[in-house]
Design a protein around this ligand. Sequence first.
Ligand code: TYM
Length: 336
Amino acid sequence: MQTILTGIRSNSILTLGNYLGALLPMVRLANAHSKDSQINIFVPDLHSIISEVDGDLRKNTIRTIKYYFAAGLELNDNVHIYRQSHVSAHSELCWILDCIATMGETSRMIQYKEKSKGSESCNVGIFNYPILMAADILLYDATFVPIGEDQFQHIELTRNIAIRFNNRFGDIFTIPAKTSDQIKFMGQDEGIRIRDLLNPEKKMSKSTMAENSKIMLDDAPEKAAKKIMSATTDSEGKIKFDMFNQPGISNLLQIEALVNDRPLQEVINEWAGRTQYGELKKKVAESVEALLRDFQAKLATISDDDILAVLEKGEKYANEVANAKLLEVQKAFHLR
Ligand code: TYM
């Protein structure tokens, strides 16, 4: 059985970008494939501590897992949910992969460059981040890893590390699919990058200070709608999907398609040539408002105890699978 795996950090409340770029695609894939695939959903809480955590990490983690259920995740025996820090094989494999990956390839990671800002006082965890991510993926032989576009470089690094390892030791790891195949598997034409509402050149991010630049999943639905209404557009005067020249309008079309689970091209065709930006904003604002209303109502019905029970089962499974893979790797190095 193939494995589909993803993780979202729980440093704070998530944004609509996390939701549409990673969480919702994973929920849709999980519900469509959980009869014929293993579905692994985990919270990379060790990745969280590379930077400051907003609030209590354990509570944030429980909340992030609730988000999956509020987004419609259906449970069955092939769906496994766990915390990275509760499966120690992740950290152990990370060290071993550190001895396979090179400084050169790891230094080229865009996220490392952005987060370290070239400063020598940046913590080593920021540098090592993608190697731990490779361990997260390779321990479970995952083929598909639904993620937003900003993480594709880490998937390519994971593939390179796995290929190098297998060339040296034999076929121990499943090589995850290429990013182009990941995108196809997610049913997209290109990777998803939801843009900052005020500055659509940039991605929507939890860490941006300006309130109106991002929609948080706990925003009051009417407030979120207002943020969409005040999104930056352009002066072209024509609705067209063109991320380069019209990133604000293109972002709204992308959000409209994802929220309503419609093909992007269909939404683009529907609005092509129309000139009233206000009408498009109104439609997207209504879609986002309805989404948040439904999501938040479902979220309120899920208890912490429900989640703790799911985690107990998931972590038992994850430890079994991950320890078996780790043992193969340890044997390859004659550590066992
Ligand atoms: P994190 O928590 O930074 O991001 C979680 C997911 O949200 C996506 N994302 C976006 N997608 C579209 N538009 C945006 N504006 C946007 N902002 C965030 C990210 O691409 C990501 O998919 N390193 C991972 C966590 C991780 C992981 C893994 C993922 C650790 N180990 C193993 C998959 C497999 C990350 O970026 O988390």
